[in-house]
Write a protein that binds this ligand. Structure first.
Ligand SMILES: [Zn+2]
Length: 310
């Protein structure tokens, strides 16, 4: 299951990482109702398949015991023993993992980071979600909450972030950031845009990351400038990540990665220019994710299967 702020998505996954069946339900705001909803989707899928274990991927901090959700900004759980509660309800072994970690594991077992010993995943969507694999294992840090790559400060005193800081990487490199950059550029260069300016004049809220990517594809100069900015921030941010972890491969995932032909080659150039000693070291391959939206479900199920087999 992938337990997010808007929906609980669930799937049945086989040993090869194939998704055999899926279902989803809206995320209730109350704790008990959320756990009811989760056991509901498990029961629904068990009616159609022989299920041996259940894995939960959660958008939030998971405790070092990996049985507890410490904090999830868009979910009701606060220091809640979620794995035990769900296991009791459904009568199956239950594992718990951070959603980006689960997605990273899935890309490692079945997708773009297959076979890599050291890999990083950067999911560029509304914000940035990130996961790290060191020696083929998910790296969770000393307290279970690593890595928060999206909140690395890339511009001191820069754009405000909902996390309370300023200038976080995800404020410059995400779908949200793409829209913010386009709106700034429209104000700076009145009359240069065709498609985007018309839309923004009608309703500024309509300028979303997705729309900017679409306008860039249609040749809108301001949208293309905003994409160029995104490529730069992505490349420079990935260089920071590579300076710390020296990965073999970095996987760019998330909603924005669907537009990767518009920015990925340019991001690779910025990455190569920004990394330390680039001419004297092998550079990590930068690849787009292969499992799309399903990666967290596949990863959670794989962790559940591996834990049950132990
Ligand atoms: Zn932040």
């Amino acid at each position: 299951m992938d337990v997010g702020g808007t929906s609980v998505r669930a799937g049945v996954v086989d040993e090869q990482g194939a998704l055999l069946d899926t279902t989803r339900v809206g995320t209730p705001s109350d704790e008990g109702a959320l756990e009811d909803a989760i056991s509901g989707v498990v029961e629904e899928l068990r009616n159609r398949h022989d299920v041996a274990a259940a894995g939960l991927a959660v958008a939030g901090f998971v405790g070092t015991d990996r049985r507890t959700v410490m904090f999830a900004p868009h979910l009701a759980w606060r220091a809640a023993p979620v794995a035990e509660r769900i296991a009791k309800r459904v009568g199956l072994p239950v594992t718990l993992e951070h959603d980006a970690n689960a997605a990273t594991l899935a890309e490692h077992r079945f997708g773009a980071a297959r076979g890599a010993k050291v890999a990083a995943l950067v999911a560029v969507g509304t914000g940035i979600g990130a996961g790290l694999l060191l020696d083929g294992e998910i790296y969770r840090g000393a307290h279970g909450v690593a890595p928060e790559l999206g909140h690395l400060t890339v511009v001191r005193g820069g754009r405000p972030c909902p996390c309370g800081k300023y200038g976080c990487w995800e404020r410059y490199c995400s779908g949200t950031a793409l829209a913010a950059t386009a709106i700034e550029l429209l104000a700076k260069h009145p009359g240069r845009s065709t498609v985007l300016a018309r839309e923004a004049a009608g309703d500024p809220g309509s300028v979303t990351g997705r729309r900017v990517a679409g306008a860039a594809r249609d040749g809108d100069p301001i949208a293309q400038l905003a994409m160029t900015e995104l490529s730069r921030w992505l490349g420079e941010g990935l260089a920071l990540v590579a300076d710390v972890f020296d990965p073999e491969v970095m996987v760019v995932a998330g909603g924005v990665s669907e537009s990767s032909p518009l920015f990925l080659d340019e991001a690779r150039e910025h990455y190569a220019a920004a990394i330390t000693g680039s001419r004297h070291r092998p550079l990590a391959r930068i690849r787009t994710a292969q499992l799309g939206d399903d990666a967290a479900i596949v990863g959670a199920a794989t962790l559940a299967r591996e834990a049950a087999a132990r």
